[in-house]
Design a protein around this ligand. Structure first.
Ligand SMILES: Nc1ncnc2c1ncn2[C@@H]1O[C@H](COP(=O)(O)OP(=O)(O)O)[C@@H](O)[C@H]1O
Ligand SMILES: [Mg+2]
Length: 421
């Protein structure tokens, strides 16, 4: 099969890495890609906002399957368009992507299907939202309904903060149209996990989970980011809890899909908070998480491309997933200043000296190659991903490589996988 991967993050690098290992992979392309992906795939520039250009590329290069990494292309209907033109895709159609692109849509789906989720109300008028605040206890969570690049959720400790947040989202349009509608949600005090399952029309197949570290700095301080690192497994997640997640959440979601006017084919990310051993669904994402993907694909022993290809034929039922027992830790190296402003095109001098090995793979995110040297090209720059018999062993390997990289213009958290397991 000839494959085209869309995206440029470390998630897409790990996807390319996993696809490349498959015996069914012939040619592998990626757009736009990055300096790491370039080593294993042909990176081409396609204007991904113009669907016809993606189609032309697919025709000219005999692409059999397009793997769509980021949510923005799914929200834009790239999957629908290519499928209608006879090209297979991995990533759900636009209607199904609404599970991520509209938090109120996801909430009503959860309620309809009796899946445990924090209590909420949705609002389209500022005054009604503000009035509602008088009848509830704090803290509460206020969420812009639409896509807001991971920034549209604010936890408010008191009435004043909540009022300001409502005004910021609905009046000042901080998140543009994404904040026209908001939801106000009960705060759940527990620990978070990201659970993943594949779906096709006939069945679902759980993949596994990882624990993500979202805040920029150690001890969960600083602003929210796309994710500064993650690890799997965790001692907090018992077999019993996993069973509960599969039965009460994933299976009910699958049964719920049968009543909708779309078919969900792809991977689904369940953002969960566990309180008193009960999993609450906080959100759905209709694609792999970044950095969770990097860790899960390093544990996967089943041929990744075969899983994906089976989904396009509704033959997921024929696949059996086996994961290695390894622990995996992924630490993100980011540009200084991320997630706010940061400089680009800064040399990462030691990167070319460090070779991947059995334990550690460096997946690239915002990198580019200029005259055989690696330079930064984004906020999150590298995902150093290590395996080990234990989390401790995996951590040691990852941090050893980060020390060797010794990138003065970047920063990383020192506590990934340190507590919490
Ligand atoms: N009901 C809630 N209770 C406690 N924390 C929450 C709740 N909803 C969201 N959060 C926190 O806010 C973060 C972002 O919320 P989420 O719904 O995942 O939105 P997004 O990923 O689109 O920004 C979550 O990862 C979690 O840490
Ligand atoms: Mg989230």
């Amino acid at each position: 099969m000839n494959i085209l991967v869309l995206g440029s993050g470390a998630r897409e690098h790990s996807i390319c890495w996993a696809v490349k290992k498959s015996k069914s992979c012939e040619k592998l392309f990626c757009s736009p890609g990055n300096a790491g992906i370039q080593k294993i795939a042909v990176c081409e520039f396609i204007n991904l906002k113009k669907k016809i250009q993606i189609l032309d590329f697919c025709k000219n290069n005999s692409i059999d399957l397009v793997i769509i990494g980021p949510e923005e292309y799914l929200a834009d209907g790239v999957s629908d368009y290519l499928q209608n033109k006879g090209i297979k895709t991995f990533g759900p159609v636009k209607k199904a992507a609404k599970l991520e692109t509209s938090k109120s849509f996801a909430k009503s789906f959860l309620l309809k299907n009796k899946i445990l989720t924090p209590k909420y109300r949705k609002f389209t008028a500022v005054n009604k939202a503000i009035n509602y605040l008088n009848s509830i206890n704090f803290p509460i969570v206020i969420k812009a309904d639409g896509l807001a690049a991971g920034k549209g959720v604010i936890i408010c400790k008191n009435l004043n903060e909540a009022e300001q947040t409502i005004k910021l989202m609905m009046k000042k349009k901080k998140f543009g149209d994404a904040g026209k509608k908001i939801i106000i949600e009960e705060f759940i005090d527990g620990f978070e996990i990201s659970y993943f399952s594949f779906f096709d029309k006939k069945t679902f197949l759980p993949l596994g989970y990882a624990l993500d570290h979202k805040r920029a700095f150690d001890n969960d301080l600083g602003p929210n980011t796309g994710g500064m690192g993650c690890f799997t497994p965790s001692k907090k997640v018992s077999k019993n809890l996993e069973k509960k997640i599969i039965k009460n959440i994933i299976e009910k979601t699958f049964l719920g899909f049968k009543k909708e006017s779309f078919t969900y084919r792809g991977i689904l990310f369940f953002g969960l908070i566990i309180k008193n051993n009960e999993p609450y669904v906080i959100e759905y994402n209709v694609r792999f998480g970044d950095p969770e993907c990097q860790t899960l694909l390093r544990k996967l022993n089943t041929d990744f491309l075969e899983i994906i290809a089976s989904i396009t034929k509704d033959e997921l039922g024929k696949i059996k997933i086996t994961n290695s027992r390894k622990s995996v830790v992924c630490v993100v190296l980011a540009s200084k200043g991320y997630p706010e402003s940061y400089n680009k095109e800064i040399l990462i001098p030691n990167l070319k000296k460090i070779k991947d090995d059995e334990k550690t793979i460096i997946f690239h995110a915002g990198t580019k190659n200029l005259s055989s040297n690696y330079f930064s090209n984004g906020g999150r720059v590298l995902s150093v991903t290590s395996t080990g018999k234990t989390i401790e062993e995996a951590r040691k390997s990852a941090y050893k490589v980060l020390k060797k990289l010794n990138w003065k213009d970047g920063f990383y958290r020192k506590d990934i996988g340190f507590k919490n397991f």
